[in-house]
Design a protein around this ligand. Structure first.
Ligand code: NI
Length: 173
């Protein structure tokens, strides 16, 4: 297993729409294991393949409390088929948008169809944190970042901060 590099904003690769996966082979299993190791080390609770440079429709997540046993879930070709309600996710963050958190308007409940890593069709009905994580990660598969959902002003302030950091050779000030 290896730790993968996580692409960060403003890398344009994160804007790529992803391709559906039609072959669940050994390479894919290896990618899933590497993604899991990368996510746990970061640490994060969700990671989409596009964030590690693979433009495929694949995401992983683990929303188990950190003091409990790990509970890794893998979704291949996930699709939100129903959503309802409105909720403001508090303090949403992303491994590809470092050092920034914001509240984001999300659906309260989602119904997601996908395949698991064994290629079995699965259906997830989610609310609470899980519903937010699913929407966030499925957004990644469509080239969308959570900062696309916040106010233009907040997004502009974040962009400026990142540009400044890049000018200063990656160091925060
Ligand atoms: Ni993210």
């Amino acid at each position: 297993m290896s730790i993968l590099d996580i692409f960060t904003y403003p890398d344009e690769f994160l804007r790529h729409p992803t391709q559906d996966i039609d072959n669940i082979d050994g390479n894919l299993q290896e990618l899933i294991d590497d993604m899991a190791q990368t996510m746990y080390l970061a640490p994060g609770i969700g990671l989409a393949a596009i964030q590690v440079g693979i433009d495929k429709s694949l995401l992983i997540f683990d929303v188990a409390p950190t003091d409990e046993q790990r509970d890794l879930h893998v979704l291949i070709n996930p699709e939100i088929v129903e959503k309802d309600g409105n909720v403001l996710s508090e303090n949403e963050g992303c491994l590809s948008v470092p050092d920034f958190r914001a509240s984001v308007k999300r659906a309260e409940r989602v119904l997601v169809n996908a395949y698991n890593r064994e290629g079995k069709p699965i259906r997830m009905e989610a609310d609470g944190l899980l519903a937010i994580v699913l929407q966030h990660e499925i957004d990644h598969l469509n080239g969308t970042l959570f900062i696309d959902h916040i106010s233009a002003l907040k997004r502009e302030l974040y962009k400026r901060r990142i540009k400044k950091q890049l000018r200063h050779g990656g160091t925060a000030d």
